[in-house]
Design a binder for this molecule. Structure first.
Ligand SMILES: [Zn+2]
Length: 777
């Protein structure tokens, strides 16, 4: 669940009839990009409430009745200084076409947030005051001045003078509001003075007088006006940057004033961390940082919105556009969009992996500025566009070739927009970025592992078979090589990037191959193998001893004669430490799952290993439709997007081997097993209490299972295991069984046994005390 849904869940619990989301800003100059974060955060909460069928309004208050309290550095000081202290809506616009200063900068900001799909109803605060809607709260604040002074002292530790009133009036002589103070209230008029030196940023005229405080003649100070506005508008949700939301800050003060002075509930607070772009070196006017308008030139609307949607509100956001940040952001965006398409096509798996995809899809949905596509779209990669622009390739042609068909309207629009931003990126921000260039020759000191070499050799072979430069086909080839050879993508790709670009990582393999050309890539790979002296001898096959000691394990004679092709691998590992599945193991599992994204149940049925187990089931009278051999059961969970259970570091580790090789493995708590063990047919009347069942199950005579001196500890070769022998976090010693039959060769069983031992020792430690296989062939 992403942050906005978490916040909204809390809001919905209050069960308000109407929710009113509001945010605000004083348009005293170009509005900083940080304020954009507030707009998007409020917009997302508003949308999520609407999705939950909550009656909700969303307003944005432009505080154009505030005084100008500084001259922005990009304006001529001498020209604008005389306006300091006057209200923004009474100061002329810096550019023609706008009624006043506040409207000019207010509308500039509105345009930016509307461009990223935020459309609150705009409230100009000057109009609210002028309309008289603030009159009641102004009167209340004046009447309750003593209470307000007391709250100031309590919350902010500031002692206000006995003749201080929470109001600034417009001086009838000089028109300034920032310079006046009120010292008396008689129920009809306030008595004020226009002070020469009250504030540093404006000079008053010294005028004194009395005036009605209503209908826009005056305004309240910010800490009182904020809660007053909540009451007048009816705001129920409003947040602010952490400077306002900290303990004892303006929100705390406003909350107390709202509840105690205006007798109105304070809104639900949405506190968020700051957002800046490029730190201080990007400041557009001293100390202000990148403006919202400038940000819109650095990133396209979707991307700017995406950046704000995906970052949890409690996390500070300092986006540095130099270097790789922009291409990385586009890649992240595409990843979320791809998740959205998966959701659209109902391809989201259950479990942890599915949750991540759901979150990604949700982020993509909420980040959209254009209408969301209703079918999967091809996304031209930003990083590739940047590279293509450098080599002056025909970009549209390139991507149409990559896609394998013409780009549709949506895709072309996306491409055109990305080209514009890629040009801007290259021009301004890419100087420090890593250049992706083909190395002239193999890098010096290249040391590749056997696995990496095997991958490269296979890749070269497969690429040679390709007739036309098709991205999907290349990708398919790369993935199937990984899958068929059980290779870790991260490990072998490192070699791939090293020989081409001299780095350990790079753009998507298929993109890079297309960019440099298939022939070039094949040529480079083949160079790796030109020097024969490089070749190391292949690792010899693992060969375990035959187990002849029936005090450990044996296969029953009847089984031997009926299924002579059965091979069983046995190992005893002592002194293991089993715990929760560690992140490294989870990462291995996740990368396996990633490669299995397109797995179908039909495909599972074609695997010779699965067919072999099914055949054995059939021949022992077990219906494999209702009882699935364990490798099949695991793979089916993946194909049916049900996600995998996470058990513990031992079980999850060997299940990865089971799924990879489609050969079953069982691990049992050796201390619960009474040696010797035997694989034999069950007899009439024997029973087993299966893990996860409330009641014991009766074996049918002739079912194949492992037994110890107590009874059976699994059922139907590898269908399920007994409760008593289960491996838990307290297990110290392990008995491992792995088994094959028919088309599963002893060699395969040996390989699986070796890998099972390796992965268990890697993640659980322990010492292998005994290991061997039993086979007739
Ligand atoms: Zn004055």
């Amino acid at each position: 669940m992403i942050w906005v849904d978490r916040e909204v869940k809390k809001i919905l619990e209050r069960n308000n009839k109407l929710e009113w989301v509001d945010d605000m800003k004083t348009p005293s100059g170009r509005i900083h990009v940080g304020s954009l974060r507030g707009v998007v955060i409020h917009d997302l909460v508003y949308r999520a409430l609407l999705e939950n069928d909550k009656d909700t309004k969303f307003t944005y208050v432009i505080e154009d009745h505030d005084p100008m309290d500084a001259i922005p550095s990009y304006l001529d000081y001498d020209k604008w200084e005389p306006y300091a202290g006057k209200q923004l809506f009474k100061i002329p616009s810096p550019e023609p076409g706008f009624a006043n200063f506040g409207e000019f900068y207010g509308k500039e900001f509105i345009k930016v947030f509307e461009s990223i799909n935020c459309h609150p109803e705009i409230i100009w605060m000057s109009e609210v005051y002028k309309s008289g809607r603030m009159n009641d709260v102004v009167r209340t604040a004046l009447d309750k001045v003593e209470q307000i002074r007391e709250i100031y002292l309590r919350i902010t530790k500031v002692k206000k003078a006995n003749d201080w009133y929470p109001l600034n009036v417009v001086c009838e002589k000089c028109g300034k509001i920032g310079t006046t103070s009120v010292h008396k209230w008689d129920g009809e008029f306030v008595y004020y003075k226009c002070n020469l030196e009250m504030v540093a940023w404006a000079e008053g005229c010294g005028n004194e007088g009395k005036v009605s405080p209503f209908n826009g003649n005056a305004k309240m100070p910010w800490r009182i006006e904020w809660p007053a506005k909540w009451k007048v508008i009816g705001v129920t949700i409003e947040g602010g940057g952490k400077d306002h939301m900290s303990a004892g800050g303006s929100f705390d003060m406003a909350k107390v004033v709202c509840e105690e002075v205006f007798n109105h509930p304070a809104p639900f607070p949405l506190g968020y961390e700051f957002f800046i772009i490029g730190g201080k070196k990007m400041s557009s006017s001293k100390g202000v940082g990148t403006s919202a308008k400038e940000a819109a030139n650095i990133l396209p609307a979707d991307m700017l919105r995406f950046l704000l949607v995906r970052t949890p509100i409690e996390r500070a956001l300092d986006f540095n556009p130099f270097g790789e940040a922009i291409p990385n952001l586009f890649d992240d965006y595409d990843r979320c969009f791809t998740a959205y398409f998966a959701k659209l096509e109902s391809k989201v798996p259950d479990g942890k992996q599915g949750e991540v995809i759901e979150d990604f899809a949700r982020i993509a949905e909420l980040s959209q500025v254009r209408p969301l596509p209703t079918v999967r779209m091809y996304l031209p990669r930003f990083r590739t566009i940047v590279n293509l622009l450098k080599t002056r390739t025909n970009i549209l042609e390139f991507f149409e070739k990559q896609k394998g068909s013409a780009l549709n309207g949506y895709e072309r629009e996306l491409l055109e927009e990305r080209i514009i931003y890629a040009e801007g990126y290259i021009k301004t921000y890419a100087e420090n970025a890593d250049k992706i260039e083909l190395l002239e020759s193999l890098p010096d000191g290249l040391a590749l592992s056997q696995t990496q070499k095997a991958f490269l050799r296979k890749l070269s072979e497969e690429l040679k078979k390709i007739k036309n430069e098709d991205r999907d086909q290349i990708q398919e080839i790369v993935f199937s090589i990984l899958k068929q050879n059980n290779l870790q993508a991260k490990d072998v790709f490192k070699a791939f990037y090293q020989i081409l670009i001299g780095k350990e990582f790079g753009p998507k393999a298929s993109d890079l191959i297309l960019e440099f050309g298939i022939k070039t890539v094949i040529g480079r790979i083949d160079k790796v193998f030109e020097d024969k002296s490089e070749e190391e001898p292949e690792k010899p096959d693992t060969k375990f001893p035959m187990i002849t000691d029936s005090a450990l394990f044996s296969i029953g004679d009847e089984v031997k004669s009926k299924f002579s092709s059965i091979t069983v691998g046995v190992a005893i590992i002592k002194g293991v430490t089993i715990g929760k599945t560690p992140p490294e193991l989870q990462a291995e599992i996740d990368s396996f799952l990633e490669l299995q994204g397109a797995l179908t149940t039909e495909q599972i049925s074609t695997y010779p290993e699965i067919k072999s187990y099914r055949k054995l089931y059939k021949e022992t009278g077990v219906d494999w439709h209702s009882r699935r051999p364990s490798p099949e059961a695991l793979l089916r969970r993946i194909a049916l997007k049900k996600g995998l259970y996470s058990i513990n570091s031992c079980v999850d580790a060997y299940n990865l081997i089971v799924m990879t090789h489609r050969i079953s493995v069982g691990a049992f708590d050796l201390d619960k097993i009474n040696l010797p063990t035997m694989l034999r047919f069950a007899k009439e009347g024997e029973e087993i209490h299966l893990l996860g069942d409330a009641e014991p199950t009766m074996y049918k005579a002739g079912e194949l299972a492992y037994f110890d001196q107590v009874g059976g500890y699994n059922i139907d070769f590898n269908y399920r295991d007994s409760k008593r022998s289960v491996v838990t976090e307290t297990t110290k010693d392990l008995l491992i069984n792995t088994e094959g039959v028919f088309d599963i060769s002893p060699k395969q069983v040996e390989k699986v046994l070796q890998e099972t031992i390796d992965i268990i020792v890697k993640y659980c430690g322990g010492t292998v005390e005994q290991v061997g296989i039993v086979t007739e062939t």
